[in-house]
Write a protein that binds this ligand. Structure first.
Ligand SMILES: Nc1ncnc2c1ncn2[C@@H]1O[C@H](COP(=O)(O)OP(=O)(O)OP(=O)(O)O)[C@@H](O)[C@H]1O
Ligand SMILES: [Mg+2]
Length: 305
C-alpha cells in the first residue's frame, strides 16, 4: 500500500459517435470499458492487446488528453480524476508520455536543446547555462553526444529520435512515464537498444513505467506485471509468470524474425484453439466476463460454471 503510485478504478472512456444532418450523438464506442489496475513506485506495468482494444485510450486518459467517462484515478493517494486537482498537484510534471512516432511528436522546427529543455522551462526557472548543462546530462543518459544539442529531429535516426523522446520525458524527473508503443516503429535490432536505455533510466531515477505494446517480447523484457486487453477490458492480469501464455500468444503478432515460419504455424494453431474456446471468454453479447481471481496475483476473465 505504501508504495502505491497510481491506482485506476473502473475506468471507462466512451467516445461519442455522431451522425446525421444534425450531427447528433447516435452511439458510443466503448474504447475503455471498466479497467482497474495499480502501479507501484518504480515498477513497470505492461498493457498488451490487439489493435483497437483501447490501450492508447487508457494512456491518454491518464495524462488528460481524453476525459474519463467514469471511474477514478488516484495518484499518490489523491483523486486526480478532476483536472483542477491535477494542476494543483503538479501531476502533469510527474506523469510524462513517450509516443510511438517520434518524428511527429517532436517539433521539427526546434533544436534538441529546446525540445528537451521545454518541459524544464515550463516547470523550473533555470539560467541558459544550467539548462544546457541539464540537457547535456540527459542526452548522455540516453547515449547521445554534445553535438546533438543544436541539431533538428530529422537529422537523427529513428532510434536516436526515440532516445531524444525518452530524454525529454525524463527531464522533469517524473514519477511515471507512459510509453505508448515506444519502439514499435523501430527495427528489431534498434528496439533492444532503446529499451535498455529506458531500463537504465528507470534504475537511475526510480521512475515507474506504464508500457503499452503489441509485442510480448517488449513487455516481457520490461515489465513485472501485465494486463491483456481486449475490446476495452482486461481479460487477464498477473505477473510475468502468471499469464496464460496461450491466450497471450494468440493475441499478439509474432516479431521474432529468425523463426518466423515455425512461429507462424504455432501461432495459427494457437489462434484456432483460442477461437474455438472464445465463448469461454465472452458472453452472448460479445462482452468480456468480469475478472476472477485465480491466485493472489493472477486474475482471468472466464465464464462461471
Ligand atoms: N478520438 C476518438 N474518437 C472516437 N473513437 C476513437 C477515438 N480514439 C480511439 N477511438 C476508438 O477507440 C477504440 C480504441 O482505440 P485505441 O487507440 O485506444 O486502441 P489501441 O489499443 O491503442 O490500438 P492500436 O494498437 O492500434 O494503437 C478503437 O475502436 C478506436 O477506433
Ligand atoms: Mg494505440
Amino acid at each position: 500500500m505504501g508504495d502505491e503510485l497510481l491506482k485506476v478504478e473502473n475506468l471507462r472512456v466512451h467516445y461519442p459517435v455522431r451522425s446525421g444532418f444534425f450531427n447528433h450523438v447516435t452511439d458510443y464506442v466503448h474504447a475503455v470499458d471498466g479497467v482497474s489496475f495499480t502501479i507501484q513506485k518504480g515498477q513497470s506495468y505492461g498493457v498488451i492487446g490487439e489493435s483497437g482494444s483501447g490501450k492508447s485510450t487508457i494512456g491518454q486518459a491518464l495524462v488528460g488528453l481524453v476525459e474519463a467517462t467514469s471511474g477514478t484515478i488516484t495518484y499518490r493517494g489523491k483523486d486526480v480524476t478532476d483536472k483542477r486537482v491535477r494542476k494543483k498537484l503538479k501531476y502533469n510534471k510527474d506523469v510524462q508520455m513517450i509516443f510511438q512516432d517520434s518524428l511527429s511528436s517532436l517539433d521539427p522546427k526546434k533544436k534538441v536543446i529546446d525540445i528537451i529543455g521545454e518541459p524544464l522551462r515550463n516547470f523550473e526557472k533555470l539560467s541558459r547555462k544550467d539548462l544546457k548543462q541539464l540537457v547535456l546530462e540527459l542526452l548522455q543518459t540516453v547515449g547521445l553526444d554534445e553535438e546533438s544539442l543544436y541539431k533538428y529531429p530529422h537529422q537523427f535516426s529513428g532510434g536516436q529520435r526515440q532516445r531524444i523522446g525518452v530524454a525529454r520525458a525524463v527531464a522533469t524527473k517524473p514519477k511515471l512515464i507512459i510509453a505508448d508503443e515506444p519502439v514499435s516503429a523501430l527495427d528489431l535490432s534498434v528496439q533492444a537498444q532503446v529499451l535498455n536505455y529506458m531500463k537504465a533510466i528507470q534504475k537511475k531515477y526510480g521512475v515507474a513505467f506504464l508500457f503499452i505494446s503489441h509485442d510480448l517480447g517488449v513487455v516481457h523484457h520490461m515489465c513485472d506485471n501485465l494486463a491483456i486487453m481486449h475490446r476495452g477490458r482486461f481479460v487477464e492480469i498477473g505477473t510475468r509468470e502468471d499469464i496464460y501464455t496461450k491466450r497471450l500468444l494468440a493475441a499478439i503478432p509474432q516479431t521474432d524474425v529468425e523463426n518466423r515460419e515455425s512461429h507462424r504455424k504455432k501461432h495459427q494453431a494457437l489462434e484456432a484453439e483460442y477461437n474455438a474456446q472464445k465463448e469461454d471468454y465472452y458472453d452472448k453479447n460479445g462482452r468480456v466476463y468480469p475478472l476472477e481471481e485465480v491466485t493472489r496475483t493472477h486474475s482471468v476473465a472466464l465464464r462461471k460454471e
